[in-house]
Design a protein around this ligand. Sequence first.
Ligand SMILES: *Cc1c(COP(=O)(O)O)cnc(C)c1O
Length: 424
Amino acid sequence: MTQPSLPALATRAVHGGAEPDRPTGARVTPIFQTNGFVFEDQEHGADIFAMRRQGFSYSRGSNPTVAALERRIASLEGGTAAVALASGQSAWLVALLTLCATGDEYVGSSQVFGGSLGLMKRLDKRLNVKCAFAEPTPDRIEAAITPRTRAIVIEAIVNPTGEVVDLDGIAEVAKAHKLPLVVDSTLASPALLRPIEHGADVVIHSASKFLVGNGTSIGGLIVDAGTFPWQNDERFPLVAGPWEDYENIVPADRFPKNAFATASRLLGLRELGPGMQATTAFFILTGIETLPLRMRRHCENAEAVASFLSTHAAVASVSYPGVPSHPNHNLARRYCPDGLGSIFMITLKSAEKAKQVLARVNLFSHLVNLGETRSLIAHPASTTHRSLSPSERASFGITDATLRLSIGIEDAPDLIADLAQALD
Ligand SMILES: *Cc1c(COP(=O)(O)O)cnc(C)c1O
C-alpha cells in the first residue's frame, strides 16, 4: 500500500496539527491558559499519570495549545512527534541530557550559535558531559568519535556566518557509527531545509527566530524523526531503558515511533520543567502560518542586500553563501535551492567603521535577535560571541569590525539605501 501523500509545505504551515476546536467551533486554536485539566474519575487521572492513556493533566507536561504547535512542527519537519520548550537554549539542554549522562561524550560542531557553545562548555565543566568539538565536515566529525560518543550535534546553517554544512555526508558518518544525528535548523526553518530528509534523527529549533517571525516570543522545539533504532541500546538508558517510577515503561518499546520525544518530555518537562506557555505556543502557531511566504521574501531581500554590500568599497567581506563567489556557494545551493536564509556577517575595513554603521542605521534595529520581519544588526564580538576566545571568534571570521545582519521583509531598496547612507 502506498502512503497517502502529505499536503505541500505551505498548506501544512497553515493546517498542520490543528483543526477547529470541537466543543466551541473556534477555527483558530484557542489559548488554553490553564494549569490543570479536570479528571473524569480516579482511574482517568491514574491512567494519564502512568501514560496508559493519552490526555492532559498539568500544563508543565503538556497542554492542548502547545500540543497543536508540537504537531505542526513535526508535520513541517517530517518527524513523528515534537516537544515544545521555553527557549531554544532549553531545547538544546533537554536534547543533550536525554542522550548523555555524566561521563558520556558527544561530538559537537564548533560552528554553532554562541549560546549553544556556552551551554556545551558549561555541561562539560559542571556535569562532565563532554563535547568533543569538531569543524562540521564529515571527516573532522568522524575523527572526533570515540567509544564514549553518544551523538553528533550540529547546526545546519551556521549562526552567524550563514554557511551550510554537508548534512548528507555527516549523516553517513552518524549511520556508520550508529550515532543519532541532532541538527539545529533554526536559521533554515523547515521552509528552506528539512534535515530529516538528509538523515537527521532529531531536529532542534529556536522558535524565537523565523518560526514566530516577528520577535514577540521566546520558544524552543525538539522534533523526533522516529528513525533511530533505539531499542535495547544500553548507551541510551532514558530512551531504551525502563523508567522505574513509571511502571518500568521503556519509551523505545512502548512508543517506538516517538521514543526520543517521549523521553525528552518525561525528563525535560515533567522533571526539569522548562516547558512552553500556551500563549507563547499560540503566537508561534500563528507565526508559522506565514513562514513559507516570509522566508521567500527574507531570502530575496538578503540576496539583494548581500550583493550590494559585496561590491561596496567600505566592506572587506560578506559571509553570505548566496553570493556566487562564496566558497560555500555550490554546496549551499544544493541543500537550499529555495534560498539561504537571511542571516550573514559583513566585516568592514575597521572597527571604527562598524561602530559608525551601528550608530547611523535607521531602519535596521541594533539588537541581537534574528529572523524577525524587521531588519536587525548586531556586533557579535561584544555581544553574542563575547565569551569566545579570540581564536574561536576567528574561526567564525568574527573580528571587532564584524557586524551580523538579519534581513527582514521590508522593501529591499529601502534596506540598501539605509545601509548605503550608514556606510558613506
Ligand atoms: C537563538 C538560537 C538558539 C537559542 O534559542 P533561544 O530561543 O534564544 O533560547 C539556538 N540555536 C540557534 C541557531 C539560534 O540562533
